[in-house]
Design a binder for this molecule. Structure first.
Ligand SMILES: Nc1nc2c(ncn2[C@@H]2O[C@H](COP(=O)(O)OP(=O)(O)OP(=O)(O)O)[C@@H](O)[C@H]2O)c(=O)[nH]1
Ligand SMILES: [Mg+2]
Length: 273
């Protein structure tokens, strides 16, 4: 069971900067829209507070998904106002699943990393196409966004290019990135029946979404150098494990029967400015 942080029920509006709920958004969120931000984090005590502080005030709740941090990540996250989900199993995907299980009331999920490399303030561009009902999933692409020098290591770019090339070859869909910063409608996410427990998580979500015929969109997001110690791309062992898992996930998904077609019941609506 995931454990709760200091917020017992989803608050109405993220207590960020004290601005009106959607001041920085540029459009009014539909009244039934509840946004949960899920941040997988493993030993990110030096960055997690800064990530949470930059999350826009119109977000409903922030859930930090931890599974085995030996530092004060959970305490720092709670002090910054987030709930903390503790997954029993290790791994990035397990953490995301624990966060999803805790976000019982949300209508839109946003995922981003806890190392301060994504820009939480850019979240609005991921949310809008989902809130207006025109897309089911929106991916933040670092490849079409601005990257700080050294933020994306050559092995990350090469791995991403190879994986997206294989997806294009097999499923004829052109992604530019497998980036962690993304948003998805709750019904779409449920339809995907996500079950990858570690580094296959992001690519599994992308492959299943296109195979189910979901409306998937990419928007540019910027990327900066992480704070703290890398778990994946900054170590040889991490790169080998993640690379192997990503390629394995592509072939595993290809061997599975296609998921049933997803039919969103939401109609596109125009959002007032
Ligand atoms: N809960 C949890 N989080 C994890 C796990 N592995 C990685 N993370 C988190 O997932 C995010 C991505 O991991 P990173 O170490 O930044 O990996 P990366 O982005 O490929 O590599 P960098 O270039 O070092 O940023 C970070 O917020 C990590 O703390 C895990 O096993 N459990
Ligand atoms: Mg990172």
């Amino acid at each position: 069971m995931p454990s709760e942080g200091n917020i017992k029920s989803p608050p109405c509006g993220w207590p960020g900067s004290g601005q009106p709920p959607d001041a920085a958004l540029g459009f009014a969120l539909p009244p039934d829209c509840r946004i949960s931000v899920i941040i997988p984090a493993l030993n990110e005590e030096s960055s997690i507070g800064r990530v949470i502080a930059e999350i826009p005030p119109w977000v409903t709740e922030v859930i930090v998904a931890d599974n085995g941090s030996t530092d004060s990540t959970a305490q720092v996250a709670r002090a910054a106002g987030a709930r903390v989900a503790i997954a029993r199993e290790k791994g990035y995907g397990s953490a995301c699943l624990a966060g999803i299980a805790m976000a019982e009331h949300s209508t839109i999920f946003v995922f981003l990393d806890g190392d301060y490399s994504d820009y939480p303030a850019q979240m609005g561009r991921l949310i809008k196409p989902i809130a207006d009902g025109s897309q089911d999933m929106v991916l933040g692409s670092r490849v079409i966004g601005q990257r700080q020098f050294g933020a994306m290591l050559p092995q990350q770019r090469l791995g991403g290019a190879l994986a997206t090339f294989l997806i294009r070859l097999i499923w004829r869909h052109r992604f530019t990135d497998l980036g962690p910063f993304r948003a998805i409608d709750r019904r779409a996410l449920t339809h995907l029946a996500m079950d990858d427990k570690n580094f296959g998580w992001t690519i599994q979500m992308q492959i299943r979404a296109i195979r189910a015929g979901m409306r998937v969109w990419e928007v540019p997001v910027d990327y900066r150098k992480r704070i703290g110690k890398s778990k994946i791309s900054g170590t040889l062992w991490g790169v080998l494990r993640a690379g192997y898992k990503i390629i394995l996930t592509i072939f595993r998904e290809a061997a599975r029967p296609s998921p049933s077609e997803y039919r969103p019941d939401a109609k596109a609506r125009s959002l007032s400015e």
